[in-house]
Design a protein around this ligand. Structure first.
Ligand SMILES: [Fe+2]
Ligand SMILES: [Fe+2]
Length: 212
Protein backbone atom coordinates (compact mmCIF):
# COMPACT_ATOMS: atom_id res chain seq x y z
CA UNK A 1 0.00 0.00 0.00
CA UNK A 2 1.38 3.45 -0.77
CA UNK A 3 1.89 6.02 1.97
CA UNK A 4 -1.07 8.20 1.01
CA UNK A 5 -3.49 5.25 0.84
CA UNK A 6 -2.26 3.99 4.23
CA UNK A 7 -2.66 7.37 5.93
CA UNK A 8 -6.09 7.91 4.37
CA UNK A 9 -7.20 4.48 5.61
CA UNK A 10 -6.15 5.53 9.14
CA UNK A 11 -8.16 8.75 8.79
CA UNK A 12 -11.19 6.73 7.78
CA UNK A 13 -10.85 4.43 10.81
CA UNK A 14 -10.78 7.44 13.12
CA UNK A 15 -13.74 9.09 11.39
CA UNK A 16 -15.76 5.89 11.91
CA UNK A 17 -15.00 6.07 15.65
CA UNK A 18 -16.12 9.73 15.69
CA UNK A 19 -19.42 8.85 14.02
CA UNK A 20 -20.04 6.04 16.50
CA UNK A 21 -19.37 8.46 19.36
CA UNK A 22 -21.79 11.00 17.90
CA UNK A 23 -24.52 8.35 17.89
CA UNK A 24 -24.11 7.42 21.59
CA UNK A 25 -26.74 8.41 24.12
CA UNK A 26 -25.98 10.78 27.03
CA UNK A 27 -25.58 7.93 29.55
CA UNK A 28 -23.61 5.48 27.42
CA UNK A 29 -20.53 6.01 29.58
CA UNK A 30 -19.02 2.57 29.14
CA UNK A 31 -19.32 2.70 25.35
CA UNK A 32 -17.99 6.27 25.22
CA UNK A 33 -14.95 5.27 27.29
CA UNK A 34 -14.28 2.34 24.97
CA UNK A 35 -14.57 4.52 21.84
CA UNK A 36 -12.26 7.16 23.30
CA UNK A 37 -9.74 4.43 24.21
CA UNK A 38 -9.79 3.43 20.53
CA UNK A 39 -9.38 7.06 19.43
CA UNK A 40 -6.39 7.44 21.76
CA UNK A 41 -4.80 4.30 20.35
CA UNK A 42 -5.43 5.03 16.66
CA UNK A 43 -4.48 8.71 16.83
CA UNK A 44 -1.36 8.10 18.94
CA UNK A 45 -0.02 5.56 16.46
CA UNK A 46 -1.06 7.61 13.42
CA UNK A 47 0.52 10.85 14.63
CA UNK A 48 3.71 9.01 15.65
CA UNK A 49 4.24 7.40 12.25
CA UNK A 50 3.56 10.65 10.41
CA UNK A 51 6.08 12.42 12.64
CA UNK A 52 8.70 9.66 12.46
CA UNK A 53 8.47 8.80 8.75
CA UNK A 54 6.09 10.84 6.61
CA UNK A 55 6.69 14.47 7.59
CA UNK A 56 10.51 14.13 7.65
CA UNK A 57 10.43 12.59 4.15
CA UNK A 58 8.18 15.38 2.86
CA UNK A 59 10.28 18.20 4.30
CA UNK A 60 13.46 16.60 2.98
CA UNK A 61 11.99 16.38 -0.52
CA UNK A 62 10.11 19.63 -0.84
CA UNK A 63 11.15 23.00 0.62
CA UNK A 64 7.81 24.67 -0.29
CA UNK A 65 5.96 22.06 1.81
CA UNK A 66 7.93 22.90 4.96
CA UNK A 67 5.24 25.32 6.16
CA UNK A 68 2.54 22.67 5.73
CA UNK A 69 4.62 20.17 7.72
CA UNK A 70 5.29 22.64 10.53
CA UNK A 71 1.61 23.54 10.71
CA UNK A 72 0.73 19.83 10.83
CA UNK A 73 3.13 19.29 13.73
CA UNK A 74 1.46 22.11 15.66
CA UNK A 75 -1.98 20.66 14.95
CA UNK A 76 -0.77 17.25 16.19
CA UNK A 77 0.54 18.95 19.33
CA UNK A 78 -2.90 20.35 20.20
CA UNK A 79 -4.58 17.01 19.47
CA UNK A 80 -2.07 15.16 21.68
CA UNK A 81 -2.87 17.43 24.64
CA UNK A 82 -6.57 16.76 24.24
CA UNK A 83 -5.92 13.03 23.96
CA UNK A 84 -3.70 13.02 27.05
CA UNK A 85 -6.46 14.71 29.06
CA UNK A 86 -9.10 12.33 27.73
CA UNK A 87 -6.90 9.30 28.41
CA UNK A 88 -7.55 9.51 32.15
CA UNK A 89 -10.83 11.39 32.29
CA UNK A 90 -13.95 9.74 33.67
CA UNK A 91 -16.57 9.39 30.94
CA UNK A 92 -19.20 10.76 33.31
CA UNK A 93 -17.13 13.90 33.98
CA UNK A 94 -18.95 17.12 33.11
CA UNK A 95 -16.40 18.10 30.43
CA UNK A 96 -15.85 14.65 28.85
CA UNK A 97 -18.26 15.03 25.90
CA UNK A 98 -17.22 18.64 25.30
CA UNK A 99 -13.56 17.62 25.18
CA UNK A 100 -14.29 14.81 22.71
CA UNK A 101 -16.20 17.28 20.50
CA UNK A 102 -13.26 19.68 20.47
CA UNK A 103 -10.96 16.75 19.68
CA UNK A 104 -13.17 15.74 16.75
CA UNK A 105 -13.29 19.31 15.39
CA UNK A 106 -9.50 19.58 15.55
CA UNK A 107 -8.83 16.19 13.97
CA UNK A 108 -11.39 16.73 11.20
CA UNK A 109 -9.87 20.12 10.32
CA UNK A 110 -6.38 18.58 10.27
CA UNK A 111 -7.49 15.66 8.09
CA UNK A 112 -9.16 18.08 5.67
CA UNK A 113 -5.92 20.03 5.44
CA UNK A 114 -3.81 16.89 4.88
CA UNK A 115 -6.10 15.27 2.32
CA UNK A 116 -7.01 18.52 0.55
CA UNK A 117 -3.64 20.30 0.46
CA UNK A 118 -0.66 18.28 1.68
CA UNK A 119 -1.31 14.85 0.13
CA UNK A 120 -1.97 16.13 -3.44
CA UNK A 121 1.34 18.06 -3.28
CA UNK A 122 3.16 15.00 -1.91
CA UNK A 123 1.79 12.94 -4.81
CA UNK A 124 3.40 15.41 -7.21
CA UNK A 125 6.71 15.47 -5.32
CA UNK A 126 7.24 11.67 -5.07
CA UNK A 127 7.24 8.92 -7.68
CA UNK A 128 4.74 6.05 -7.20
CA UNK A 129 7.48 3.57 -6.22
CA UNK A 130 8.79 6.04 -3.65
CA UNK A 131 5.32 6.38 -2.16
CA UNK A 132 5.08 2.60 -1.93
CA UNK A 133 8.46 2.43 -0.19
CA UNK A 134 7.30 5.13 2.24
CA UNK A 135 4.13 3.10 2.80
CA UNK A 136 6.23 0.09 3.86
CA UNK A 137 8.21 2.26 6.27
CA UNK A 138 4.97 3.59 7.79
CA UNK A 139 3.68 0.04 8.12
CA UNK A 140 6.83 -1.02 10.03
CA UNK A 141 6.77 2.11 12.21
CA UNK A 142 3.24 1.20 13.33
CA UNK A 143 4.56 -1.92 15.07
CA UNK A 144 6.75 0.08 17.46
CA UNK A 145 4.76 3.32 17.77
CA UNK A 146 3.56 4.63 21.16
CA UNK A 147 -0.06 3.73 21.94
CA UNK A 148 -0.70 6.79 24.13
CA UNK A 149 -0.11 10.51 23.47
CA UNK A 150 3.12 12.15 24.67
CA UNK A 151 2.63 15.88 24.03
CA UNK A 152 5.86 16.89 25.75
CA UNK A 153 8.06 14.43 23.83
CA UNK A 154 10.07 15.58 20.78
CA UNK A 155 8.11 15.36 17.50
CA UNK A 156 10.94 15.57 14.97
CA UNK A 157 13.91 13.25 14.24
CA UNK A 158 16.19 12.17 15.73
CA UNK A 159 14.63 12.98 19.13
CA UNK A 160 11.22 11.49 18.36
CA UNK A 161 12.73 8.21 17.15
CA UNK A 162 14.45 7.59 20.48
CA UNK A 163 11.65 9.03 22.64
CA UNK A 164 9.01 7.17 20.60
CA UNK A 165 10.72 3.82 21.15
CA UNK A 166 10.98 4.40 24.90
CA UNK A 167 7.36 5.66 25.10
CA UNK A 168 6.12 2.62 23.20
CA UNK A 169 7.66 0.29 25.78
CA UNK A 170 6.23 2.35 28.67
CA UNK A 171 2.81 2.37 26.98
CA UNK A 172 2.89 -1.42 26.64
CA UNK A 173 3.32 -1.72 30.41
CA UNK A 174 0.55 0.83 31.00
CA UNK A 175 -1.85 -1.02 28.66
CA UNK A 176 -1.10 -4.37 30.34
CA UNK A 177 -1.68 -2.86 33.80
CA UNK A 178 -4.96 -1.26 32.73
CA UNK A 179 -6.21 -4.53 31.19
CA UNK A 180 -5.29 -6.47 34.35
CA UNK A 181 -7.05 -3.88 36.54
CA UNK A 182 -10.21 -4.06 34.46
CA UNK A 183 -10.15 -7.86 34.54
CA UNK A 184 -9.75 -7.83 38.33
CA UNK A 185 -12.58 -5.29 38.69
CA UNK A 186 -15.01 -7.36 36.65
CA UNK A 187 -13.99 -10.50 38.59
CA UNK A 188 -14.77 -8.72 41.88
CA UNK A 189 -18.15 -7.63 40.50
CA UNK A 190 -18.85 -11.18 39.34
CA UNK A 191 -18.08 -12.59 42.78
CA UNK A 192 -19.70 -9.87 44.89
CA UNK A 193 -22.60 -9.15 42.56
CA UNK A 194 -21.80 -5.45 42.85
CA UNK A 195 -22.90 -3.32 39.93
CA UNK A 196 -23.07 0.39 39.22
CA UNK A 197 -23.78 1.19 42.88
CA UNK A 198 -20.35 -0.12 43.88
CA UNK A 199 -17.57 2.31 44.80
CA UNK A 200 -15.58 3.29 41.73
CA UNK A 201 -12.14 1.64 41.79
CA UNK A 202 -10.39 4.52 40.05
CA UNK A 203 -11.05 7.61 38.01
CA UNK A 204 -10.29 5.76 34.82
CA UNK A 205 -12.48 2.75 35.57
CA UNK A 206 -15.49 4.90 36.39
CA UNK A 207 -16.81 4.22 32.90
CA UNK A 208 -17.03 0.52 33.58
CA UNK A 209 -19.22 1.17 36.57
CA UNK A 210 -21.76 3.17 34.61
CA UNK A 211 -24.49 1.51 32.66
CA UNK A 212 -24.56 2.14 28.88
FE1 LIG B 1 -2.93 12.09 9.09
FE1 LIG C 1 -1.32 14.46 10.60
Amino acid sequence: MDAIALLKADHKTVEQLFRKFEKTGPNAHKLKRRLVDQMVLELSIHSAIEEQVFYPAVRARSVPLLHEVLRSLEEHHVVKWLLSELDDLRPDAERFDAKVRVLMENVRAHVLEEEGTLFPEVKKAFRPQELRALGSLLESAKKTAPTHPHPLAPDTPPGNLVAGAVSAVMDMGRDALRAARRKATSKVREVTGRTDKSPKPSLYDAGDAASP
